[in-house]
Ligand binder design. Structure first.
Ligand code: SF4
Length: 430
């Protein structure tokens, strides 16, 4: 890793000139239209008027922020690249929890910040080699030691104003007649999303301007660590290794249903492994294994199949009631039986592992699908016996169209969206 300590003595203008010359189009300024961001833009635009600027448009910004965006575009002639959250992720979150979920719990607020801020920022940084932020050491104790230049996850992060005081920012703003976000004059100490920032009264703590309804853990989902570095898109294991926060989970049941050979066992094992890496208590009940123990002696008549599912469901109920994550992977072809289990198990999450019969027949080394399709095997689920797909599963994955890793990520995102797993990032601060 490059040693950037020599840059500590460089003034903001030199640092920005160096970054623009060194990284060219792979360098961009992060801008949320706060005073610091405008100072940096003003300095950078003098070096290169075509400097790249991006902004995280969470979809919940103040109207005044959009006015600022227009003002900045017209004054500097720069293109402002918006980074939007993933539409599907937001749709799922709002469908499940409503538009103002952040007021309900810190957990849900973190989820919203994660989807609307952290992930879009992570995506943007993946296309850059270097970026600049308006962080200043004076802003908070957690920013007291941020370096001016550092490398974080392979991207160079530059904080040109790290050693500036608030008065210096004010002075530069005044002397250069920079545009100022109108909400400052209405008592807003910082500019963020409309539902989560407010004006403060004289003498009131600055932090009261954000997430004022929360008693603690006022960190932003953007996850600036103590050193000011942004943490983005880390896996659970990395999170643990980097001490980014504690993994938390509720007791719940993850029920994988789908035809034989669709990938239920593979995926359930992958999910179990990732959860265990995070320190979760997990029990996996694979249909094939269950039949050699818990359901030994049961056959494949409808009654015996139903009984098998009831037994698996009963164990899942006990486990999830005691805070354990139970994962069941069973064909479980009948909707009524799955619904019966759903009614008895709190936090029941149904995952449909979809795959077309033709693909399953090709994958099937034992040739059972081909035999069933040829009429040589009777009562074969999906061919000569019904398989009733879920009507509204929590998530559907398709093993013929996506890799197991992609399916795993979507399942993981669903669990986060449902608030069943989360990271306590109270050690981090915005
Ligand atoms: S600040 Fe509020 S609205 Fe904005 S992303 Fe975070 S929780 Fe959502």
């Amino acid at each position: 890793m490059t040693d950037f300590r020599a840059y500590e003595l460089q003034p903001a203008s030199s640092l920005l000139a160096w970054a623009l010359n060194t990284y060219g189009d792979s360098f961009a300024l992060a801008c949320s239209f706060q005073k610091e961001d405008l100072v940096i833009l003003d300095i950078a635009a003098r070096v290169n008027p075509k400097v790249r600027v991006f902004t995280l448009d969470t979809g919940r910004l103040h109207e005044e922020t959009y006015q600022m965006m227009e003002e900045v575009r017209s004054r500097y002639g720069v293109v402002i690249e918006p980074c939007f959250p993933d539409r599907e992720e937001v749709e799922r979150m709002v469908t499940l929890h409503g538009p103002n979920l952040f007021y309900e719990s810190a957990e849900k607020r973190h989820l919203c910040c994660d989807l609307r801020k952290t992930r879009p920022l992570g995506r943007k940084l993946r296309e850059l080699r270097a970026w600049a932020t308006g962080l200043r050491r004076e802003q908070s104790s957690t920013r007291a030691h941020i370096p001016k230049v550092e490398e974080v996850d392979g991207v160079v992060k530059i904080s040109p104003l790290a050693d500036w005081t608030a008065s210096q920012v004010e002075e530069y703003t005044r002397e250069n007649r920079l545009p100022v976000h109108p909400l400052y004059s209405r008592g807003f100490p910082s500019i963020g999303c409309a539902p989560c920032t407010r004006a403060i009264q004289p003498g009131e703590d600055e932090r009261a301007g954000r997430w004022w309804w929360e008693q603690s853990n006022k960190e932003c989902g953007i996850h600036f660590a103590d050193d000011g570095s942004v943490r983005r898109n880390v896996t659970a294991k990395q999170n643990e290794e980097q001490d980014l926060g504690n993994f938390m989970h509720k007791g719940f049941t993850l029920w994988f249903t789908g035809l034989s050979g669709a990938g239920k066992s593979t995926l359930s094992q992958m999910v179990a492994r990732r959860l265990r890496e995070c320190g979760a208590e997990v029990e996996l009940l694979d249909g094939d294994v269950v039949r050699t123990r818990l359901s030994k002696g049961l056959g494949f008549s409808k009654e015996d199949r139903d009984e098998n599912i009831r037994r698996i469901g009963f164990v899942c109920e006990l486990l999830s009631n005691h805070g354990v994550i139970a994962i069941a992977a069973a064909i479980s072809p009948y909707r009524a039986l799955r619904d019966e289990v759903r009614r008895s198990v709190a936090n029941f999450v149904e995952i449909y592992v979809e795959c077309p019969i033709e693909v399953l027949a090709e994958r099937d080394v034992k040739g059972l699908y081909r035999k069933a399709l040829a009429g040589e095997i009777s009562n074969f689920t999906g061919v000569s016996d019904p398989y009733e797909p879920p009507l509204a599963p929590a998530v559907t994955v398709n093993s013929s169209r996506e890799t197991p890793e992609q399916s795993l990520d979507r399942i993981w995102a669903t669990l986060e969206n449902l608030g069943l797993i989360s990271f306590d990032r109270s050690a981090l601060a915005h």
